[in-house]
Design a protein around this ligand. Sequence first.
Ligand code: ARG
Length: 470
Amino acid sequence: MTKDNNISKAGGANALWGGRFDGAPSSIMEAINASIDVDRRMATQDLAGSSAHAAMLAACAIISDEDEKAIQRGLAEIGAQIARGDFTFSTALEDIHMNIEARLGDLVGEAAGRLHTARSRNDQVATDLRLWLRDALDSIDTLLADFQRALITLAEAEFDTIMPGFTHLQSAQPVSFGHHMLAYVEMMARDRGRFTDTRKRLNENPLGAAALAGTAYPIDRDMTANALGFERPMANSLDAVSARDFALEFLSAASICAVHLSRLAEELVIWTSAGFAFVSLSDQFSTGSSIMPQKRNPDAAELVRAKAGRICGDLNTLLMVMKGLPLAYSKDMQEDKEPVFDAYDALCLSLTAMTGMMSDLGINRAALAAAAGAAYSTATDMADWLVREASVPFRDAHHLTGQIVKLAETQNKTLSALSLTDMQTIAPMLTEDVFDVLTPQASAASRTSFGGTSPQNVKSQIELWKEKLS
Ligand code: ARG
């Protein structure tokens, strides 16, 4: 078998599937059909799948031991060629599966033609993508754990730094900066859980389903499942080649995670703006303007915010590709890999950039403290004081405090700067003690309910997280 024979036979028809063809495909057909520019990323997985398949074929006496040896030698050589950058990927050979099989023919001759016994590209591609995603999920988990550690380090340094907590982006109640960071640690933990679930469900072996119906050869699907680290062979051959819910699950989890990251990214954009000046990004994670010399822009945060849109788009792409496809394989499904790879790349970059930004974030404690005490952020504490110390029903306490806030506003003062006499014109039961609860520190410290923002709570949560992540 010569190299040329592998690619084309007389008339230019494809030698791997062109038996019933006389002519070659048009260049447009080739262009729309080829996936090699995308699926070459699965070369390692394709080689592993082929190696496991060949070993199984030999063990089941479907091919000879000599042929198996030749195939294994050829696959190893191809792996080395790809690693060296010595492998020319051909569009005429459509995808990674046929590129590798054709090269195997060049290297080991006739034995290569026996590798495709009892399998199809349909089970092969499903196997490759599951293997690829399994590794991808492991890498993402590592990046998520790194990001959690960076957030925890920051939370630990700022556990008693008080900042305004917001609702509607309006100052609401004082919270610990560490508490805010730990909120994202919780989100990332759930993201890790979603990726772990995805990995569990995807770890089944489609190989051996062949084109769609299984095969008449006496294959051993448990053997290939074991060799490839899958939990078990997939139980239904039609499902095995048709299912892409594992990729959709990955994209869903990636979308949710990216949306989480985009929220922190948006907070960085807000917090680094001159109106807030809560935090500053290091030189490593800021960019300048080509016209305005004073500028420090949070480009990385903005791009993380934008990547979330892209990743959600990838999910939508695959959902729409899969929608309405009858069983089993349809060529539409070749479009599955691009969104998966794109989302993976974008998510990894986003996570790494967020870890970088949070690891050397500058904290403007003075600005945080000033903002924490502004905008009547401890009004709730005054109302709670009335409930606790003077047995005022909460609704009434809320109303009285609202009137006191209005009074402070007309005098252009903070709550703690109002005189007790002035306050008493509205709520005569108030005493000097109320001033103790009006500082942002006291307010945050009083929130000791489980999950609340008191710095003591934050400290114990940090200890728990450090244990979990060690
Ligand atoms: N390149 C194809 C894909 O990624 C491989 C499977 C092709 N199967 C087929 N029956 N044409 O989906």
